[in-house]
Design a protein around this ligand. Sequence first.
Ligand code: PLP
Length: 373
Amino acid sequence: MQVPLLDLKAQYASLRDEILPVIGEVCDSQYFILGPKVVEFERLVGEYCSVPAACGVSSGSDALLMCLMVEGIGAGDEVITSPYTFFATGGAIWRAGAKPVFVDIDPATYNIDPALAEQAVTSATKAIIPVHLYGQSADMDPLLAIARKHGLVVIEDAAQAIGAEYKGRRVGGLGDYGCYSFFPSKNLGGFGDGGMVVSRHADRAETLATFRNHGMAPAYYHMCVGGNFRLDALQAAILSVKLRHLDKWTANRQANAAAYAELFAASGAPESVVLPQTAKYTTSHVCNQYVVRVPAAKRQHVWDGLKEADVGCNVYYPVPLHLQECFSQIGYGEGDFPESEKAARETLALPVFPELTREQQQFVVDTLVGLLR
Ligand SMILES: *Cc1c(COP(=O)(O)O)cnc(C)c1O
């Protein structure tokens, strides 16, 4: 049996007849950048996330950078975030010219630990970027309280978490800005790069739209320096079709996660296999990844064995950001963030994509448990 980590071809096969016509419409219109398809997609995502402002952009990475630029955050400023995330979170802070200040994670959720975030605030701190990793919200209420107390901007990195809920509210609209990615492997994936910035502040819509297009308003008059952060009409048209299916796919991911819990329990897996945990505040974990922990000393063996058995799996993220070579001049070192480093050594992502079957899951569980015997 073959079990891929993600099966985008299976998903496309079920959508082909819905998607090809809208691609045809964009081709016929020859309107490729921004325009009515992007406006329509922004309206749909705004509704989906219950936010009044939505701005389609070129990628999740650019979404993060653009929020920092809009807030005028740069040289001499500090931005607090998690070291256990995809590189783009820290990369955006660096590209804006600010200093990433890392704070360790809660080992249960892999998200930034609010108590540690408060300790990291200095007079130079301007923003906090909580990451909703693997599809589960960070603990937002204490982070928002810290932000209010110290006058900080909160930019949610919701790249992996569109539709995820914190205490009944969808992520993205909890902080000042929310950033989504439509990279093909995200829960809502395009046919190329794409992203979106949303905001619960209606008055940010215009500023965001201006920054997305070189700070230009009206044409050829530039009030500020933005960038080319524009979203393609083709991506917007495809993503508008896919958005109609997102809740069903999310429900399938969640059912797969629940099935793993049962299959692992029934398999007699050793206690050293730690399954993903859902925090009390989480009302919807959208399961972008299903990440288990195995003993660090056995992870390579398990990873190799699964690959050998044709089970797709991956390690996100083997090197936390504070240990990345490009950030070495900040001065962090091994041991600074023990929970992030431990997660980096122990975690392994298993297939959880919506089209996964129970038979495939049984095979994944049996293979993994067999490798630990
Ligand atoms: C994917 C991802 C991004 C970047 O999104 P792109 O669209 O690939 O630029 C940022 N942060 C996190 C946590 C991500 O998973």
